[in-house]
Design a protein around this ligand. Sequence first.
Ligand SMILES: *Cc1c(COP(=O)(O)O)cnc(C)c1O
Length: 226
Amino acid sequence: MDIKANLQTVKKSFINPDCQLIAVSKTKPLPDLQKAYAAGIRDFGENKVQEIQTKQPEMPADTRWHMIGHLQSNKIKYIAPFVHLIHGVDSFKLLKEINKQGKKIDRTIPILLQMHIAEEESKFGFDGSDLEEMLASDDFAALSHVQIKGLMGMATFTEDVAQIRKEFRSLKSLFDSLKARDLPRFVQLQELSMGMSGDYRIAQEEGSTMVRIGSAIFGARNYSET
Ligand SMILES: *Cc1c(COP(=O)(O)O)cnc(C)c1O
């Protein structure tokens, strides 16, 4: 696996060269992350707290850790001191827990709200009514140690490009309409995290500001070994 060459190929194929690349290194061994780091990558995406905990001390201090997976409340505390961005905040309950952990260590934790845009039932995230309910609540207005930097979403796993495009477009349109609203100061919508190895070009065409790319950089993952 020539990680450096893969990175070049991926970067060259970007529709939007300013779109931020998060290298998704979940399940991959440290030497793979080090190769990507040597090739200039600073942003790494992981989906397991335990894996971030073992990799983080081994990587240079300017490595930025993105938590992209479903996060369990009882594990927030392990990444709260250093995590760069939590992409998968998929419930108000989780957001409140993150706020609580942030308060404990006096750190404002940057997060993205994960929206449910796919047809698949299995994908996590807020739907429109969950979101409105949260935005209208007093508990939301009282949050003090989170910064909501944008939205994240995953399209349906399908070959149907029109379907994927439609889902990304709906997320972008929600993003734009939220941006136009009068929301608390800790909501600063700048980032739209959408696009993975199979669909990042479509996502960029639809306005993504961050793509989370794993297998196109590090090769296929072998879950049976982990
Ligand atoms: C694994 C994962 C990715 C990367 O997937 P690839 O298809 O390997 O690029 C992106 N986002 C999330 C949320 C993931 O869990």
